[in-house]
Design a protein around this ligand. Structure first.
Ligand code: ZN
Length: 141
């Protein structure tokens, strides 16, 4: 009998492996963050998340964006996180405590939330524009 052999070795590599822009390490499944002190590696990722989220907020809050939407691994639905909640969650993780993934459903308006990828792309674009502007002060996007 020729069955299909699902060999793990044939699985494509994780496209985000080793990528510093791996989206949202602070919301990865619980087994990545067992309770107790976080590892040095996790700490580095969380600090990056913290830096990124602060920057995203700085850029997007003035435009009316209230936070980030994330697909929840547990219930397969989008959850909406306000900026202060995201920052508090990351800070809590950094201190080694577990974070409840499910926020109470306050029926947030999805129009005011964007994805992590959106934030990252937006921040990249702003960086690029700023670089161009420094190189050529008359540059207008
Ligand atoms: Zn959920």
């Amino acid at each position: 009998m020729d069955g299909v052999n699902y060999d793990d070795a044939l699985m494509p590599p994780d496209p985000f492996a080793g990528d510093p822009n791996d989206p949202a390490s602070f919301l990865e499944p619980d087994d990545d963050y067992p309770e107790g002190p976080v590892s040095d590696e996790e700490r580095v990722l969380l600090r990056e998340d913290l830096t990124n989220v602060r920057r995203f907020r700085e850029l997007l809050e003035p435009r009316g964006v209230r936070g980030i939407s994330m697909l929840c691994d547990d219930c397969d639905e989008l959850h909406y996180y306000d900026w202060p909640i995201i920052l508090a969650n990351i800070t809590t993780l950094l201190s080694g405590d577990a974070v409840p993934v499910h926020e109470p459903g306050a029926a947030p308006d999805p129009d005011f939330y964007v994805s992590w990828e959106y934030c990252a792309g937006y921040a990249d674009a702003v960086d690029w524009i700023e670089q161009e502007h420094r190189a050529n002060p008359r540059f207008r996007f």
